[in-house]
Design a protein around this ligand. Structure first.
Ligand code: HMG
Length: 399
């Protein structure tokens, strides 16, 4: 490992959340779908889902999350912006370039977009760690930003949501050290995918659940085979949460392969704090695992010196299991009230309003549209003209 300091600790130095402007109740959606609300609130473990305003997208949410970090650190150390998403706004240009501009980051920056379904955020975190290992003076801004949308009246509609998480990855991090061992699993499967000509994914829901469980098991086994921690070493477990019940299913599988009785009390002890935010936000694809991490850190007792197990899953599929070791004093870095406020201040909307927002379409023929102010985040999509998106900073970010 010549040239690389393996003793160097690299990880998450700061982390922040943003979500969209509106919230739809799952009880209202259940009524529309003609199903018992318990199917969504208990069976899937979801209460509300974020619905972005018409002038919000993955760029505005990512910028709103990142702005909180930029406000507290020397942005001059950031030489790379990695934005993971599967809600891309362009087939060629990286959404990270728009964010770099909105945040006023130096032009001496590389800005790139990454994709592998919901796993993309973890790939960005791992690639960022590699860059920091190569040059510990540099910091990398990792952004995971997504809007989960399914066909109207489909089973997946109950699992929609939207959020962005921004992470500053650095040497000697203040929040969490990325542990070196990873368990990996990739398989070429068709559980969920979105061809270029579709705005909503193709999904085989039941297959996706079973493939997620299989991938979690295989990633864990690879992690174990590579000398990872024992399962009992972890203080808590964060899973990718397309819906919060999925974390319970996956953790039960992990416990069972160790011969541990997956009683609800044990599952709750390991997981309960990780689901509070996702239960309200819904699936945020690349961001979902890191929303789970924020939920854990904002609600759990002090985890200083303890390890948190992280299971990332992206359909198609790629999975990774790794550990984060919490840095003593990390709680001083948290933005608990800001995170909770971002979720609490969303405006509740009726099913009819949700449908009107969904039906809103940006021009695809090169004509110009100036958007009315709809959301109240720190950034907004102002206009679309000649096939180009124009963004603006519009409101101070609320603390
Ligand atoms: P469904 O098939 O309509 O629902 O949609 P169901 O019949 O499986 O019921 C759901 C649960 O509710 C079941 O619980 C029912 O028993 C229960 P389970 O048996 O599974 O524990 N239930 C009730 N509980 C209480 N009171 C009631 C009641 N009625 C039923 N009255 C499905 C479920 C997940 C298939 C659907 O939402 C879907 O297609 N979602 C989209 C795909 C998805 O989320 N897959 C998850 C794994 S893949 C993944 O995580 C990757 C992803 O994020 C994409 C990416 O990587 O980019 C999706």
């Amino acid at each position: 490992m010549e040239g690389i300091d393996v003793a160097l600790t690299v990880g998450i130095h700061d982390i922040a959340l943003a979500t969209g402007h509106y919230a739809l109740s799952l009880e209202d959606l259940a009524e529309r779908h003609g199903v018992d609300p318990g199917k969504y609130t208990v069976g899937l473990g979801q209460t509300t889902q974020t619905v972005p305003a018409t002038d919000e997208d993955i760029v505005t949410m990512a910028a709103a999350a990142a702005k909180q970090i930029i406000a507290e650190h020397d942005a001059g150390d950031i030489r790379t912006v990695l934005l993971a998403t599967e809600t891309g706004i362009d087939q060629s240009k990286a959404a990270a370039v728009y964010v770099q501009d909105l945040l006023g980051l130096s032009s001496s920056t590389r800005a790139v977009e990454l994709k592998q379904a919901c796993y993309g955020g973890t790939s960005a975190l791992q690639f960022a760690a590699g860059l920091v290992h190569r040059d510990p003076e540099q910091r990398v801004l990792v952004l995971a930003s997504d809007i989960a949308t399914y066909d109207v009246d489909s089973a997946g509609e109950a699992t929609q949501g939207a959020a962005a998480v921004a992470m500053l990855v650095s040497a000697d991090p203040a929040v969490a050290v990325l542990e070196p061992t990873s368990g990996l699993y990739t398989a070429n499967v068709q559980d969920f995918w979105r061809p270029n000509y579709r705005s909503t994914p193709m999904v085989d829901g039941k297959l996706s659940v079973s493939l997620y469980l299989e991938a979690a098991e295989q990633a864990w086994k690879d992690y174990e085979a590579r000398g990872g921690r024992a399962i009992e070493d972890f203080a808590a477990f964060c899973y990718h949460q397309p819906f919060t019940k999925m974390a319970y299913k996956a953790h039960a599988r992990l416990l069972e392969i160790h011969g541990i009785d997956a009683q609800m009390a044990r599952l709750d002890a390991d997981l309960a704090h990780t689901t509070s935010y996702n239960r309200l936000i819904g699936n945020s694809y690349t961001a979902s695992l890191y929303v789970a991490l924020l939920s854990l850190l904002d609600h759990a007792e002090d985890l200083s010196g303890r390890s948190v197990g992280m299971l990332s899953y992206g359909s198609g599929c790629v999975a990774e299991f790794f550990g984060l070791s919490m840095v003593p004093g990390y709680r001083q870095r948290l933005r608990t009230s800001s995170n909770q406020d971002a979720i609490a201040r969303r405006e509740s909307i009726s099913y009819e309003r949700y449908r009107a927002i969904r039906d809103f379409e940006l021009p695809e023929d090169g004509s110009s549209t100036v958007l009315e102010v709809d959301g109240a985040g720190g950034f907004r999509l102002r206009a679309v003209t000649e096939h180009s998106r124009m963004y603006e900073a519009c409101h101070p970010i609320q603390a």
